[in-house]
Design a protein around this ligand. Sequence first.
Ligand code: HEC
Ligand code: HEC
Ligand code: HEC
Ligand code: HEC
Ligand code: HEC
Length: 225
Amino acid sequence: MANIFPKATNLILIKGLVALLIVGGLVTVAVWYYFTPKYSRVGYQPIQPVAFDHKLHVGQLGLDCRYCHSNVEVSSHSNFPSTQTCMNCHGQIQATNPKLKPVRDSWATGQPISWVKIHNVPDYAYFNHSVHVSRGVSCVSCHGQVNEMNVVWHNQSQSMAWCLNCHRNPQEYVRPVAADKPGATSPVFDLNWTPPAGKTQAELGKKLVHDWKIDPPQNCAACHR
Ligand code: HEC
Ligand code: HEC
Ligand code: HEC
Ligand code: HEC
Ligand code: HEC
């Protein structure tokens, strides 16, 4: 009796099945890639040349972000602090702590510390820090609760959809730029700030957007120039 399924057919079937699995796998990977928070960028936490601790320096010692990131409200790019900034204190404090050796070496040689950059907008998109900070967008909206982080990590996706989500709903984020009480830090730099008693972010944000005529751009050319 003739074989209904000759050997060759078997091979074709198996080949087809393998091809299907491969394609299926690729589709799964692609779907996963797009729906995972921006290609798993969230959580990125590189090892830095010095184990600098924001929770200690900001949360406990109470240093203002601008003490170290002095460009953030005046320039399109923020900046890492210079070795001089660290040495203002560490020339005296913990002057022999081995964890601070790279800082002392940098000070002695004049070679800057090579901090690893965590957040990155690609060259084809335009982003300006000072525009956001001066319009009441707090560091916490874009970087998370840095004052609570022993080691900084990528907290928000910073994808295009993420930018646009705020550009469409700025009232959910914008804060007053001036401090509510004399001596207090501006709500933009005070990451623990909450609206005053009896007010909600929704009401406050709506009023700020109205009074300051805040209207973040949604057209392609604003961000892709
Ligand atoms: C005493 C100095 C100092 C102060 C004050 C400080 N920072 Fe930093 N910051 C650093 C250093 C050093 C780094 C680089 C090492 C690291 O990532 O921890 C850094 C890195 C960062 C990064 C990651 C930047 C990137 O993309 O690579 C963010 C975001 C940041 N700081 C936000 C803040 C915010 C918000 C505040 C205020 C609440 C603040 N920092 C206060 C020194 C400081
Ligand atoms: C305003 C003063 C001040 C500045 C500016 C400052 N620090 Fe510190 N730093 C301190 C104090 C205070 C401590 C904690 C001392 C203690 O634990 O007794 C500390 C501790 C440290 C430690 C040791 C933490 C440990 O676990 O042993 C490191 C590392 C450090 N700082 C890095 C830096 C770097 C890097 C910079 C510059 C980007 C910097 N600091 C700027 C005051 C400062
Ligand atoms: C509207 C969102 C947004 C706000 C608000 C914001 N950042 Fe950023 N930050 C970013 C983005 C996006 C990058 C990456 C920029 C790039 O690659 O050009 C970044 C990068 C940084 C860096 C790395 C250096 C650089 O410029 O690339 C530091 C430091 C930093 N931010 C600190 C701060 C501090 C401190 C505040 C609050 C005063 C703040 N940022 C507020 C979105 C924001
Ligand atoms: C949490 C809110 C928020 C996020 C997130 C945000 N923006 Fe904005 N953006 C604003 C506000 C508020 C303004 C000011 C609008 C005004 O002044 O009318 C603004 C203004 C701008 C402008 C116009 C001003 C200028 O610099 O030319 C550009 C461009 C811009 N944003 C790009 C971006 C990009 C790119 C991202 C993502 C990497 C981003 N924004 C994320 C709130 C946000
Ligand atoms: C508010 C700022 C903003 C606006 C408005 C904007 N983009 Fe983008 N776009 C970005 C940023 C930031 C990225 C980079 C995202 C990243 O790093 O993941 C990007 C990435 C892209 C990419 C690369 C693919 C991707 O999704 O990462 C394309 C294509 C693109 N934009 C097209 C457009 C078009 C077309 C428009 C108008 C309909 C537009 N963009 C409007 C900020 C913007």
